[in-house]
Design a binder for this molecule. Sequence first.
Ligand code: FPP
Length: 238
Amino acid sequence: MEGPIPKHVAVIMDGNGRWAQKRNLPRTEGHKEGMEAVRRVAVRASERGVKVLTLFAFSTENWKRPLDEIRFLMKLPIDFFDVFMPELLKNNIRVTVTGFKGKIPGPTRKAVEKAVEQTKDNDGMILNFALNYGGRAEIVNATKEIAQLVKSGRLNVSDIDEATFEDHLLTASSVTPYQEVDLMIRSSGEQRLSNFLLWQNAYSEFYFSNLAWPEFNGDVFDEALSSFQQRSRRFGGL
Ligand code: FPP
């Protein structure tokens, strides 16, 4: 594929539940099928030379869902790495996580930490799972950390700039130096940001697909890349 490739692609994997319900299946079947889509898209993105692929796996708001579904969603990363780790390694993909670790159940946290450890020497694409992530909570958290630095005399208020702020975002530890999102994809027809990477999406290009996430594949990902290549990004300039 010729033309510029976005360095950081973020995806809101929407529509698992509706995909399943349309087929008279439990919502969880949609999430299961969604794992296959994750694999297809991760492999294609890495083949295309994307540096970071961030996937919205669980939001700070998803705790409002029924307990059964939460349990199922928390099991997905465990199953995913169980099945797909050989393929991630084969493709030189490094796994990272962005989110608030505290609330994640132990077995899920362990599985994710193990995947991060197993892939830490890979220098290909970063596959970054946003897990218990929320954009507003992230900004509040960064503000608190910065306020602490000021309070303890280690930082002057006049020295706070955008770079300071970025150092305190959750993505600072997972996807530096590519925190800024270039292309934001959302499946399933909704056209909203849903509290995803609020700061990082400031100048991203958006691509919306009507396909449900379980239907997503490498070719649809390529369509999103082609669309990105036709945009003229000016970042506020001319
Ligand atoms: C949104 O669909 C999807 C989620 C909340 C979960 C995303 C998880 C996956 C795609 C599975 C793969 C995850 C890992 C960690 C490998 P929805 O349930 O909101 O669908 P709906 O809008 O149709 O109800």
